[in-house]
Design a protein around this ligand. Sequence first.
Ligand SMILES: Cc1cc2nc3c(=O)[nH]c(=O)nc-3n(C[C@H](O)[C@H](O)[C@H](O)COP(=O)(O)OP(=O)(O)OC[C@H]3O[C@@H](n4cnc5c(N)ncnc54)[C@H](O)[C@@H]3O)c2cc1C
Length: 402
Amino acid sequence: MVIGGGLVGASFACMVAQAKMQAPLRILVTEAVASLQASTSFDARSTALSYGSQQIYHGLGLWNALSAYATPISRIHVSDRGHFGAVRMSAAELGVEALGQVVENQHLGVVLTQALEQSATIDYLCPARVNSLMPLPEGAELEVSLPQGGTGWVRAGLVVLADGGKSPLTTDLGIGTQVKPYEQRAIIANVAFSEPHGGVAFERFTDSGPMAILPLSPLQGENRGALVWTQPAEQADTVLALEDAAFLAALQQRFGYRLGHFVRVGARNAYPLSLSMAREQVRPGLVLLGNVAHTLHPVAGQGLNLALRDAEALTHILAEAVAAGKALGAMPVLQAYEQRQRQDQSVTIQFSHYMTRLFSSPHPALVWARKFGLFSIDLIPPLKREFARQAMGRADREVRRA
Ligand SMILES: Cc1cc2nc3c(=O)[nH]c(=O)nc-3n(C[C@H](O)[C@H](O)[C@H](O)COP(=O)(O)OP(=O)(O)OC[C@H]3O[C@@H](n4cnc5c(N)ncnc54)[C@H](O)[C@@H]3O)c2cc1C
C-alpha cells in the first residue's frame, strides 16, 4: 500500500506495477487531495528532471506523454552575483541530448494520475486520507477515509509512506526527524522576459540566497522561465507582497540582463526551506519514500531526482524478494534497500546542502572559496564532469551499472 499519490508515491506505484514480478502484487494508492492544484506535489512549481529521471519515466512508458510538456536544458550556467567566476556546462560538451528536462508539476500530475487510474494492477483511491496506521508483525493495518464518505480498514503486507514533508503519521509512529533549518524561504513564480532562454538553466548565488531560472516552453509568444528565488525568511513576505513592477525590478537587479528585461510575473508562492531527514527510513512492514524520508533545498534540483532513484532501487529489491519467496515487509528485505541507497542519499544530500551553505554565506573566506571553486570547476575538465554527473543524476546510475 502506498500512502500519498504525489510525485513520489505515484511514480513508485507505477514502477512496481511495471516491474517483472514472479508473482503479481496488488497495489493500493491512497491520495488525500482530489484537486491537482491543491496537492503539495502538483502545484504551480516546475521540476528539473535529471537525465536519470527522464530515463526512469521513459522506462515506465510515460516519457512520450511528458515530453509534450518538457523543455530540454541544453546548458547550465552557474554564477555568483558580484564575483568573478562562472561554470558553464553544455549537453553537447558532455555528449548527451539534454542535461535535463523541465516539466511543470501540473503536467506531471496529469500524466502520473492518469497512469494510476488506467493501470490494471493499481487500485487508486482518491480522495482518501489515511488517518492511522497500526503496525502488525507482518505489515500494518490502516484506517482510511473513503471517497464515498465514512472510513474503512486496510491490511497491507508492506506500507510505503510517501505522504510528504509534513507527516503526522510518522509523528504518531514515533519516527523522529533531524532538521537543519536554512532560515530561508523559496519564492516561486513563472516569469516572462524579452530574450529567448536558448535552453539555458541559470543558477545564481546572491548575498541574500541562491536563485534559479529554469527554461520553459514559450506561451502565447512570450519567453518564459520558472523562477525559484530563495530569500532570508524575514524578507520573504515583503518580496512576496511587492507590486508586480517592483518585484520585477528587484529580480532584474539581482539576476542581471542575461535574459533581457523581465516583463511579467505569474502567481507567486513561498515555501519554507530546511534540510530534514527521517531518523529511520525502514521498519518491519514500512518504508519511507520521498520528502518524508529526506527534504532537500530546492535550488540544486535534487529532491525528486533522488527520490526516484530510491523508488527504483526499492522496486528492484522487492522484485528480488518476490522471486526468493520472501515477505515484502521483512526487515532484511527493507534493510537491503536502505543499504543500497545509503551512499547515493548521503552524497546527494551533502552536495545539495553544502552547495547551498557555501553559496549563501557572505563570510569573506567562503566568498573566496566559491570564487575559486567556480573558477576551478570551469577550468578543470574532470571536476566539471563530476559536477555535471551529480547534477544530472548520472553518477549513481553508472556506479550501479558497473
Ligand atoms: C520550490 C521547489 C522546487 C523544487 N524543484 C525541484 C527540482 O527542480 N528537481 C527535483 O528533483 N526536485 C525539486 N523539488 C523537490 C520536489 O518537489 C520534492 O522532492 C517532491 O515534491 C516530493 O514529493 P513527495 O511525493 O515525496 O511529497 P509531496 O509532494 O508532499 O506529496 C505527498 C502527497 O501525499 C498526500 N498525503 C499526505 N498525507 C496523506 C495521508 N494521510 N493519506 C493519503 N495521502 C496523503 C498529499 O496530498 C500529497 O499528494 C523542489 C521543491 C520545491 C519546494
